[in-house]
Design a protein around this ligand. Structure first.
Ligand code: GLA
Length: 409
């Protein structure tokens, strides 16, 4: 059974989207219309239902979630749209960006049944079936994305959540978004084979317009933090697609587990600087550095929460820079392109803070930028990045939006 976590400050949102406070349709592009017309083109009739899940950026708290630590993501107005209708006997999927999925019978395919992108809807259907014991309906479905491919803003969690709300609605399961997030993580861990934490699914599920999400990944308590007026989140895409992530990610996770075992704690969340110091000789240099990143990143995440609440831009900038350096030097998940982009951001007008965001090894940096200087920032960051790498990056201003929901049914 899904654990329901006490003490959260928000009631679980019903996946129907009612009462979510979402003001309407995602402002980016015409994707609701796009996904509908692609559905009609592919299947020859109107869809029964259209759902959306946002992607996410993470302001700070990186590689802390599978250590029971703190994270600070926000759902952004780049997302996944799913148009679907019930159709037996098997589920047929088409991604506008990546093509036809492998057909599957929902709930009846075994983990790792395909490497095609349709492992995400198949895995979500599998996780919901495992949890509820209910035979879900098969679907015809089209997925359209406004998430830049390979940029590390959680396209997979967004697909899981968009299909999660779709199936929950069609099968009248009324699963809350928090439960769907937990099932999304189960899909990744047990069906897809990525040993990820819970941050991405919780961010896509529990996003709130104008607010970042301070999440304690141990209790799953959520505190919403208003993104200060006058600040804009800018996603700075290096255009280096994330590569080799699964093996390197799983390796980082086991190094953290080794460190916590050597220090005699359940999770690195329970370690502090003093414990690191006294146990250093028990650890290899690499394992020590992994643990040092996690311990210091948890502390930075807590300090960041206060700095954001106080509008202390100087502190925000220092913490984001320190986070990037720790990920680069100790956790070793950055790359030349991410370092070049972060440096370009730090040197650009209006930048309050910037760092790599997400798992790393490519993808994007996130920058907090003074809204009145976003144009100057964008021109400068892309110019400096191109000078350093020869590559044309992309900078996208993001709005912070609500989590996954049904937009039409
Ligand atoms: C990926 C994972 C998350 C988290 C981040 C790093 O996005 O899916 O669970 O571990 O990397 O912070």
């Amino acid at each position: 059974m899904i654990r329901l976590y006490p003490g959260t400050c928000e009631p679980d949102r019903d996946s129907s989207g009612e009462g979510s406070g979402f003001p309407g349709i995602n402002p980016v592009g015409m994707s609701v219309e796009n996904v509908r017309s692609k559905f009609v083109e592919r299947f020859g009739h109107e869809p029964q239902i259209i759902a959306i899940s946002p992607g996410r950026i993470n302001l700070i708290g990186e590689h802390t979630d599978y250590n029971d630590g703190f994270v600070f993501p926000a759902a952004i107005d780049r997302g996944m749209y799913v148009a679907a209708s019930v159709k037996e006997p098997e589920t047929l999927t088409l991604s506008v960006q990546t093509g036809e999925g492998v057909p599957f019978r929902v709930g009846r395919v075994a983990p790792k049944f395909t490497t095609n992108w349709s492992k995400y809807p198949a895995g979500m259907g599998w996780a919901i079936t495992q949890e509820s014991g209910i035979q879900l309906p098969n679907l015809e479905a089209v997925v359209d994305s406004t998430i830049p491919i390979g940029s590390g803003v959680s396209s997979s969690a967004a697909i899981e959540l968009a299909f999660g709300v779709t199936w929950s609605h069609l099968a009248k399961l009324a699963l809350g978004n928090r439960e769907l997030a937990i099932l999304g993580q189960r899909c990744e861990n047990q069906f897809v084979g990525v040993n990820c934490g819970i941050m991405d699914q919780m961010a896509c599920a529990l996003g709130k317009e104008g607010h970042a999400i301070f999440l304690d990944t141990r209790s799953l308590d959520v505190e919403y933090a208003h993104v200060p007026d006058g600040l804009t989140i800018v996603l700075c895409d290096t255009k280096k697609e994330r590569a080799l992530t699964t093996s390197a990610y799983n390796e980082r996770r086991s190094q953290c587990e080794e460190a916590s075992k050597l220090m005699g704690v359940g999770k690195l969340r329970d370690a502090d600087e003093h414990m690191l110091y006294v146990n250093k000789s028990k650890m290899t240099d690499v394992v020590y550095r992994r643990a040092k990143h996690v311990v210091s990143e948890n502390a930075r995440c807590l300090k960041f929460k206060d700095a954001l609440a106080q509008g202390n831009f100087g502190e925000i900038g220092l913490l984001m820079k320190a986070s990037h350096q720790s990920l680069r030097l100790d956790y070793q998940v950055s790359c030349d392109e991410l370092d070049a982009m972060a440096q370009a951001a730090w040197a650009s007008p209006g930048c309050v803070g910037a760092r790599m965001t997400g798992a790393g090894f490519g993808g994007a940096c996130v920058a907090l930028v003074k809204t009145n200087l976003v144009d100057a920032f964008t021109e400068s960051v892309l110019g400096l990045y191109k000078l350093a790498t020869g590559v044309q990056g992309e900078a996208m201003s993001c709005k912070v939006v609500d989590g996954a929901r049904i937009v039409e049914a």
